[in-house]
Design a protein around this ligand. Structure first.
Ligand SMILES: [Zn+2]
Length: 176
């Protein structure tokens, strides 16, 4: 909407009489903004309304910054829903020594050299595990590195290495 507004100019606006969005002619400007407009449908003059009534941007302005309730609650790491000791109960012996080369699965018990005993509570992405440690501390740790390196070496690269059919050229055809 970079158009220059001027008296006599036209714009789409809400007609309070037709109750429709109609083309209007600007009758009066205040501070560079249309104040009064004439409907090209019913030829009534009325106050300029950019949007139908009830719309959030009734005056064509961005609505005031709504304080988005960024609840502080969600930011603070809450205690795990399930009690840590319940998660680990009886499985301490199964705990795998943490190493980025080891592959862990959800709910695996991990023994970390620094953070000690933890449980894999999420797998947020490839080669990443979220481990919840005693006390509710959650850490995103790398895993599965060894396996991936191996598979990368073994598998064919998934690049677009397929030879193009002869005759197809990379040069852009038909310059504008
Ligand atoms: Zn009208």
């Amino acid at each position: 909407m970079a158009e220059e507004l001027k008296v006599g100019g036209e714009l789409d606006a809400w007609c309070t009489t037709c109750r429709l969005m109609k083309w209007h002619t600007i009758v009066a400007l205040v501070d560079g903004k249309p104040a009064k407009v004439e409907c090209q449908g019913c030829h009534k003059q009325h106050q300029y309304r950019a949007q139908p009534p009830g719309s959030a941007t009734e005056k064509g302005e961005k609505p005031a910054k709504t304080p988005r309730a960024r609840s502080a609650k969600s930011a603070t790491p809450a205690a795990p829903a399930v009690d840590f000791d319940t998660l680990v109960a009886g499985r301490e012996g199964d705990a795998q020594q943490y190493s980025p080369n080891t592959t862990f699965a959800l709910n695996d018990v991990v023994r970390h050299p620094t953070f000690d005993l933890g449980v894999v509570t999420a797998t947020p992405g490839p080669q990443k595990i979220e481990v919840t440690f005693r006390g509710g501390d959650k850490k995103i740790l790398l895993h599965d590195r060894g396996a991936t390196v191996a598979s990368r070496l073994g598998a064919a690269p998934r690049r677009d290495d397929v030879p193009r059919p002869a005759g197809t050229s990379d040069s852009p055809r038909g310059q504008k």
